[in-house]
Design a binder for this molecule. Sequence first.
Ligand code: KGA
Length: 413
Amino acid sequence: MTRSAILASVQDQVISDTVAALGERAAAGQPVASPEQHRREVGQLLGLVLRCVDEGCADSIVAPSQRLAADRFVAGVDLAEAQGAFNVLGEMLWQHTASALAGEQQLEVLRLVSTVLGTGKDTLARTYVALASGDGSAPGQPPRAAAGTTGSHAAAPVQAEVRGHVGVITLDDPRKRNAIGARLASGVIAALARLQAQQVRAVVLRAAPGMSVWSSGHDINELPRGHRDPLGYNDHLEGLLRAIRTFPAPVIAMVHGSVWGGALDLVLSSDLVTADETASFAITAANLGLPYNTTGLLHFFGRLPINLVKEMFFTTAPLNAQKAREWLLINHLVDAADLEAFTFDMAATIATKSPMAMAVIKEQLRVLTDYQPVAAQVYERIQGLRREAYDSSDYLEGLRAFAEKRPPVFRGS
Ligand code: KGA
């Protein structure tokens, strides 16, 4: 069977499961459309994906995604919600087709489906940004509407502004300690797209002034409750990390306060890190029973010696600022009073250098450090091991313990 015939053969099941999963999100309190609306939209979206897979490229999804984004934007739908169906559809397609596909074919289909859905999501984000840019804000001024939102929902968790040639993205959701949920992640991605359009030459990524937590990591309430990869390709945190890593100018993470879990991946995915003595860094996947993904492990492995990566993952203990400097996890440790001036001076210096050279050097380094050939069989084995962990009762216990504000009791099964 051809790859598109295999995808078409599971069409009905994929649509039903995607609609059901979107319904579950409604139960979890996220705003959604009616099931009939979802069924219609998911059907159309899947039709587009099948067409793109048939054609072997993602072009056919671009124009419909632009129209979809324009409709949703005008209707006041949040970008994260508009992108939700793309994420869930990708996971369902994968779940239903993985066993029907052989090794190489499996990788090829995964790559194509991810590219098509990723292009659709990027198009949505770009269209939202373009529409939001028409809000009358002067270039260089903070946008009136929140980056990545329409302004019709609760206070924006992300702000963006331009100072000279330097973009500033501020994570500003103190209530959840800047937990990285879909809304915050899309806000940063939209802000990056906007700053790129304004041709900034460096970006400073920071938490709102006064926060003692830089970010508490992945929004634990938005992690899947078992039987789905918690950090799959389409996860919003993963999309955010890719947006930072492929942004064509240096991104400096300016850290005041504590950094947890996936937020440390975000810091490591930034190009440079400045911090003050309040900074600390912990990777707490093992507190949640969460099997961290291979791409993420490579991000750590690319920055720290393997024994230090292991110490951080195995103990989950926060690394204080001094130790983080000794381990070269941060570029510069400065007094809290000087952190902003120091970081913005550095960004301003970077902004005087050739943006073209900078973009190409950053991209070369990304490609070289990301390059890690793994045989299909080895990759599938790793995925199988991870699946055992996220299908286990320990993972559910980790999530439950967080919700109940108690230490987890792990049984190893
Ligand atoms: N996701 C969702 N909600 C979170 C959150 C998170 N990561 N971190 C904090 N919150 C919520 C918390 O439930 C509480 O909600 C509110 O933010 C304030 O937190 O008010 P509510 O409804 O009860 P809290 O704990 O009262 O604030 P604090 O005393 O100032 O403590 C802050 C920290 C950050 C130390 C504490 O909240 C904490 O330990 N959070 C979890 C940190 C963590 O382990 N993150 C890792 C997430 O996993 C992750 O990123 C991955 C993918 N990973 O590790 O593999």
